[in-house]
Design a protein around this ligand. Structure first.
Ligand SMILES: *Cc1c(COP(=O)(O)O)cnc(C)c1O
Length: 399
C-alpha cells in the first residue's frame, strides 16, 4: 500500500488517472442487467460512445482489455490463412501481429524502426503489388504507445484508396481515443479498436470495436471461429438495450460520465490540451538533452504523439534505474521501455484527466530525477515547458 502523503503521480501512458467524477459515478449499487434501469444506461453509453469514435454506426462494448477487442476485430471479419498487412510501428503493433498469427491468419509485417509512425507510401506500394487482392485487411496502430509516434490515419486511408485496394482497414486507437483527434467514419476505417483505461479516463476493463457497414457485412464470410466475441449476437442484444452476457455495469456508469466530461470540454479542446502538453514536454526534453543526452524517441515531427512522450536515455544510463529513483523519491510512476526498448527509454504519459500544473509537477519530478540519478542533462527543461504553457495561455490556443 502506498503510504506517501499526497497523490501518487500516475504518469504512465495508461492506465491513466481517473477523474473523481468518474470514480463517484461508478460508486453505485449493482443493478439488474436485464431491468429497465440498466436499459437506460445501455442506451446512454451505446449512443454516446459513437460520438467519441466519430461514427454513426454501432460500437461494440466488451468487458475485456484492449487485447480482447484486437481479437474481436480479426475473428469477426477474417478467415483462417487470410493475409493481413500490418506495420511494425513498435511493441503494440508487434503484439497485434503475434495475435493474428496465433489466430491462424497470415500477417505480413512491414518493417519499421520504432521511431516513426506508418509510412503510407509503403502501404500503397505493397497494395499496388497485390493485384490478386490476397490481402484481406490492413491493420495499423494509431498511437504507438511504446514509442510515442502517432500515425496519420487519414493518409493511410488515402494510400489504400490510391492503390484501389478493397482490403478492410483496421485501426488500434487504444491509447489515442479521447486524447488524439480520431474520425472513424470520415477516415473510412472499417474496424476501430479502443480501450477504456487510457484517453477515456476509466479504469481498465472495457474495450471497443467501432464498425463500418463493410465490416458488418464481412461477418457473413468470415470463417474464423468466434463465440464470446461475435458481433452479431452483441448487435442483436444491444438493439434491445441489453448484452448477451453480463456487462461490466459499474464501468458503464463510469463510461457514461467520462463521455459527458469529454463532451462538456469539447473534443477539439480535449485534443488541443493534449497537443499543448505534448509540445511542452518535448520542449523540456529538448532542453534537457541540449547537445547530447536525453532525446525524444520519435524522430518524425509529424508523428509526435499528443498522448505520451518516449524519452531515449543517453548511452550507458539505464531508464529503469532512473524510473526507480523517481518513484522512490517523488511518488511518481513513469512508463518503462517495452521489449527492445527495455532500459533504453522511459515514457511520460500526458493523457487523460490532466492539466498544466499536473504536467509541471510531472516534469519537475523528471528533472529532479535526472539530477538524482546522475543522468547528464541541462537544467531548466521545466522552464522551457512553462514557456510553452504560458504562451498558449496568452494566445488562448491549445498548442
Ligand atoms: C495498451 C495498449 C494495448 C493493449 O491493451 P490492453 O488493454 O493492455 O489489452 C494495445 N494497443 C495499444 C496501442 C495500447 O496502448
Amino acid at each position: 500500500m502506498n503510504t506517501m502523503p499526497g497523490r501518487h503521480f500516475l504518469q504512465i501512458p495508461g492506465p491513466t488517472n481517473v477523474p473523481d467524477r468518474v470514480l463517484r459515478a461508478m460508486d453505485m449499487p449493482t443493478i439488474d442487467h436485464r431491468g429497465p434501469e440498466f436499459q437506460a444506461l445501455a442506451e446512454r453509453v451505446l449512443s454516446g460512445i459513437r460520438g467519441i469514435f466519430g461514427t454513426r454506426n454501432p460500437v461494440i462494448i466488451y468487458p475485456a482489455s484492449g487485447t480482447g477487442a484486437w481479437e474481436a476485430a480479426l475473428v469477426n471479419t477474417l478467415s483462417p490463412g487470410d493475409k493481413v498487412l500490418m506495420y511494425e510501428t513498435g511493441h503494440f503493433a508487434s503484439l497485434w501481429k503475434r495475435l493474428a498469427t496465433r489466430l491462424s491468419l497470415d500477417p505480413e509485417f512491414i518493417e519499421g524502426d520504432w521511431r516513426s509512425g506508418v509510412d503510407p507510401a509503403k502501404i500503397e506500394e505493397r497494395l499496388r503489388a497485390d493485384t490478386g487482392h490476397a490481402i484481406k485487411a490492413v491493420c495499423v496502430v494509431h498511437n504507438e504507445t511504446s514509442t510515442g509516434c502517432t500515425t496519420r490515419v487519414d493518409e493511410v486511408r488515402a494510400a489504400i484508396d490510391a492503390a484501389g485496394h478493397p482490403a478492410l482497414f483496421m485501426v488500434d486507437t487504444i491509447s489515442s481515443l479521447g486524447s488524439i483527434d480520431y474520425r472513424h467514419d470520415e477516415w473510412g476505417v472499417d474496424v476501430t479498436v479502443g480501450g477504456s483505461q487510457k484517453g477515456l479516463m476509466l479504469p481498465p476493463g472495457l474495450s471497443f470495436n467501432a464498425l463500418s457497414d463493410k465490416a458488418i457485412a464481412a461477418q457473413k464470410d468470415a470463417g474464423l471461429p468466434r463465440s464470446y466475441w461475435a458481433w452479431d449476437e452483441m448487435l442483436e442484444a444491444n438493439s434491445k438495450g441489453v448484452f448477451p452476457s453480463t456487462p461490466a455495469t459499474n464501468l458503464l456508469y463510469g463510461l457514461a460520465e467520462a463521455i459527458d466530461l469529454l463532451n462538456a470540454e469539447g473534443l477539439d479542446n480535449v485534443f488541443a490540451r493534449h497537443q499543448r502538453h505534448a509540445a511542452a514536454t518535448r520542449a523540456a526534453v529538448a532542453h534537457w538533452g541540449g547537445n547530447g543526452g536525453v532525446e525524444v524517441l520519435c524522430e518524425n515531427p509529424r508523428h509526435h504523439s499528443g498522448a505520451l512522450t518516449a524519452v531515449k536515455m543517453p548511452e550507458g544510463h539505464d531508464a529503469d534505474a532512473f524510473r526507480k529513483v523517481v518513484l522512490e523519491n517523488f511518488n511518481m510512476s513513469l512508463g518503462n521501455g517495452l521489449s527492445k526498448l527495455s532500459g533504453k527509454v522511459f515514457r511520460i504519459g500526458h493523457l487523460g484527466d490532466f492539466n498544466d500544473l499536473m504536467l509541471m509537477g510531472t516534469l519537475s519530478g523528471v528533472e529532479m530525477g535526472l539530477e538524482l540519478a546522475d543522468v547528464p542533462h541541462r537544467k531548466g527543461g521545466t522552464e522551457a515547458a512553462m514557456d510553452v504553457l504560458t504562451k498558449a495561455a496568452k494566445t488562448g490556443k491549445g498548442a
